[in-house]
Write a new protein. Structure first.
Length: 423
């Protein structure tokens, strides 16, 4: 077998392979063994006909075709392995010349895992920044807790800021009700900014039983292209006004709010929890910035085939995430004023490229830093997943799933190593 390699790009290679009589003779024996299983010959049971006998009953063209397929298949695998080329998909084969039993010449073109030229990764100049917790932050948490324990008294007076109201409303654009603009028995806290500007302010001053219209304009940057900047009318029926009476923040409140004896204990616990959360957020931001910076400093060719795979994955994830929020891809695209093709070629493609570059850079770094996952670590992680998803049918013990978990574990450890080298 003779092989010539041609680098078509940083992510694609072409091998020209020539096989002679020896390779084709070997392939013919394999082909005869395969085809003889379907041959019927006097004195032999089906499937038991010897290849030498079966050859007399096999169509020469079928034998030549099978010989070619077996020879090419074996040669392609051996050639790419011999050259230590990691292909990303099945190579595309183009037969240039074939003389049965004598010679075959063909090309095999494939997308390959590119060579990543990693930039300097020990002095990336990224600093970990932890936002300090202020008294205002603690106070805001306590105010939310107060609302959770608040007493709501229905009143006859007009609604004011801070009240909770129950309303029916219908929003109309050019006299027609629009999607998402109608509700009954809707509970609204005035001052919460749940609605567009002017809506909550328009409810203030009205009493239970009032019916009124609010002439409003949607923001120009509103997520729905149909409503962005549009003049609309909301017909509102105010059904109830409730005064929200917040409990006093004292030791009794602290005891109701949690396992605390005093307000000081409660505040200290809130501050500690906020500090822990911000420390975790700062750590995650620090690691992400390090990866982004390393990608920026590295040369990372991106194979088209990986981009397409990631685009499909991202679109699937997006579809699921939107479904949890009661939205569809179509409604999301409408809010962005994009066609599906425009979205795939911009947002989705950009996100796919970022994912791929990050993955390739971290894979290269794991090799350089010899980051590995031990059997104990893998077993612990699998047990963690099994506990977390015990109510699902997901099997985390299959070889494929264990490989995926091991890869995630190595990626996490590599990012941690990168952070250690830049701390």
């Amino acid at each position: 077998m003779k092989t010539t390699k041609k680098q078509l790009s940083e992510t694609k290679v072409q091998l020209t392979i020539t096989l002679g009589q020896k390779e084709l003779d070997d392939a013919r024996q394999v082909a005869l063994t395969k085809l003889s299983k379907d041959v019927k010959a006097p004195g032999f049971r089906k499937g038991k006909v010897p290849p030498s006998v079966a050859q007399k009953h096999i169509d020469p063209n079928a034998l030549a075709q099978q010989e070619l397929e077996d020879a090419v298949s074996k040669a392609v695998a051996e050639a790419f392995i011999a050259d230590k080329i990691q292909v990303l998909d099945r190579p595309a084969v183009d037969i240039k010349k074939y003389v049965p039993g004598q010679e075959v010449e063909f090309t095999a073109e494939a997308d390959i895992l590119p060579t990543v030229k990693l930039g300097s990764y020990k002095k990336l100049g990224v600093k970990k920044v932890v936002e300090k917790v202020s008294e205002k932050d603690v106070t805001e948490i306590i105010e939310r807790m107060q609302k959770g324990f608040a007493e709501k008294k229905e009143v006859k007076r007009a609604a004011k800021d801070g009240d909770e109201v129950v309303i029916d409303f219908v929003g109309k654009l050019d006299g027609e009700a629009f999607d998402g603009g109608t509700a009954k028995d809707y509970t609204l806290e005035i001052g919460s900014s749940q609605f567009i500007d002017g809506f909550e302010e328009g409810v203030v001053g009205h009493k239970a039983g009032d019916e009124f219209d609010l002439n409003l304009t949607f923001p120009k940057e509103y997520h729905s292209a149909k409503l962005a900047g549009a003049d609309v009318v909301f017909s509102v029926t105010l059904k109830a006004v409730k005064e929200v009476v917040l409990p006093k923040v004292d030791d009794e409140f602290a005891k109701k709010a949690g396992p605390f004896k005093t307000v000081k204990e409660m505040k200290d616990d809130i501050k500690r929890e906020l500090n822990d959360n911000r420390e975790r957020e700062a750590d995650e931001n620090f690691k992400q910035q390090l990866v982004d910076k390393l990608v920026e400093k590295s040369n990372v060719p991106v194979p088209d085939i990986l981009v397409e795979d990631q685009k499909r994955s991202i679109e699937q994830d997006m579809t699921q995430n939107l479904a949890y929020r009661g939205m569809t891809i179509d409604s999301y695209l409408e809010s962005k004023n994009l066609t599906r093709e425009e979205w795939q070629d911009t947002e989705v493609k950009d996100a796919a490229v970022v994912r791929i570059k990050s993955g390739l850079v971290l894979a290269e770094l794991s090799k350089l830093e010899n980051v590995q996952a031990t059997n104990e670590e893998l077993a612990e992680k699998i047990n963690e997943y099994q506990t977390q998803y015990k109510n699902t049918e997901q099997d985390f013990t299959t070889p494929e799933m264990q490989r995926q978990i091991a890869n995630r574990l190595i990626t996490d450890k590599t990012i941690t190593r990168l952070a250690e080298l830049n701390s």
